[in-house]
Design a protein. Structure first.
Length: 139
């Protein structure tokens, strides 16, 4: 994997993500509230998007990404605190590759990210909702 992008409006989540990426020795860039992310889409190999952001939602940003890149060209993971079924289905409909509920601990976050970063995005058999049980068994 090359560079990982993460868009979120919560400074604590941005910091935790950055720490996890450093632990995993991954190159990354964070975008507060998704600002300017669509102007930088040449760089990432995968994007994690929070759904609920004040300026633009993750769905709005996902729409922009999918107008330029397919799911295999630029995977997008919807990364949020809610496991709401309507959000999961909307994420699927908008072209997300995966839906991941933000883990409760740094340890779980690191394992979830490690699992996602190992995935083959050209494979059709990836689970859409990545459960805690799944990312713990693959690490």
């Amino acid at each position: 994997m090359n560079k990982i992008y993460f868009a979120d409006d919560d400074p604590d989540d941005l910091l935790l993500f950055a720490q996890a990426m450093e632990d995993l020795k991954q190159e990354f860039e964070v975008f507060y509230s998704g600002d300017n992310i669509e102007d930088n889409l040449e760089g990432p190999s995968i994007i994690f998007l929070d759904i609920n952001m004040p300026k633009r939602t993750g769905f709005e940003i996902l729409e922009i990404i999918r107008s330029r890149y397919s799911k295999t060209e630029l995977p997008v993971i919807m990364f949020t605190t809610s496991a709401d079924e309507a959000m999961i289905e909307k994420s699927r409909a908008y072209g997300a590759n995966m839906f991941l509920v933000k883990p409760d601990s740094f340890w779980d976050l690191t394992h979830a990210l490690k699992t996602v970063l190992k995935m083959d995005w050209t494979a059709a058999n990836n689970e859409f909702v990545l459960s805690r049980e799944k990312y713990l068994q693959t690490n």
